[in-house]
Design a protein around this ligand. Structure first.
Ligand SMILES: [Zn+2]
Length: 253
């Protein structure tokens, strides 16, 4: 099974640009797709943590990348993740660049992300997409994992500053192209985002102030996330459901 996370991906950009996003289009036609309307806050560290622990934020207790001036690490989170559980059960699991912590978390993968895992400049974001894709291909070809989880983080950072800008669609195209390289290696595919995006002024939650040292914020997080599934028989309505979907696939009920 191949799980591709696309941080901040929204139908509001994908659907009007399907002529350019050919892999999204193909997967939407071949599989099923829907909107996940989050009940939990559309806040990246909490949502990614919920997806892979099956726990709500109040249950996993992980709320932010930095707490009291200290970077939160995997070890600080008192929860079992899906890769821990399946690894113990004897499955070969790999996880690459999962952004519930910074730098993003890797399981049984050694990977140093560009920009130390917090890329902000455009060139760093482009390098990150390339580096993650190269590493993902290396894992798929050499390790042939039973479950591979990989997350692209660039759209979240980019959408804050470039919401409504043609550059954002270019980045969706880069990710579409990256996905096209990974999907030939698996039949069971899930593509999921941790939240969507919208105009800053319409955002139900503000994760950044309107003005930052790096410029004015144009967009912010929206509770509508995306889901595409191909050859996967699951009912995913909230981030926590992804954990149970994967667990059932490998361990049964
Ligand atoms: Zn996010």
């Amino acid at each position: 099974m191949l799980v591709i996370g696309v941080d901040a991906a929204t139908w509001d950009v994908i659907k009007p640009n399907l002529d350019r996003l050919k892999t999204f289009k193909k997967l939407m036609q071949e599989g099923v797709h829907k909107t996940i309307r989050l009940k939990q806050k559309p806040w990246s560290p909490e949502v990614w943590c919920s997806m892979f622990t099956g726990l709500k934020p109040e249950e996993h207790g992980h709320h932010d990348y930095v707490v009291d001036g200290k970077i939160v690490k995997r070890e600080d989170i008192k929860a079992e993740f899906i890769w821990d559980i399946l690894d113990k059960a004897g499955f070969k699991v790999r996880a690459l660049n999962v952004p519930f912590v910074v730098p993003p978390y890797n399981f049984k993968v050694s990977f140093t992300p560009p920009g130390n895992g917090v890329p902000v400049e455009i060139h760093e974001l482009i390098e990150e997409i390339k580096a993650v894709t190269d590493k993902a291909l290396e894992i798929l070809v050499n390790d042939k994992p039973d479950l591979f989880i990989v997350v692209y983080t660039a759209l979240d950072k980019l959408s804050h500053f470039y919401w409504g800008d043609p550059l954002l669609v270019k980045f969706y195209e880069m990710i579409d192209n990256a996905i096209s390289k990974l999907i030939p290696y698996d039949n069971e595919i899930i593509i999921i985002s941790d939240h969507g995006f919208c105009d800053y002024d319409k955002a139900p939650i503000r994760t950044l102030p309107k003005k930052t040292p790096k410029g004015e914020i144009k967009g912010d997080h929206h509770p509508d996330a995306i889901l595409i599934m191909k050859n996967v028989d699951c009912d995913i309505n909230q981030p926590t459901d992804l954990f149970y979907c994967i667990k059932r696939r490998f361990l049964g009920e």
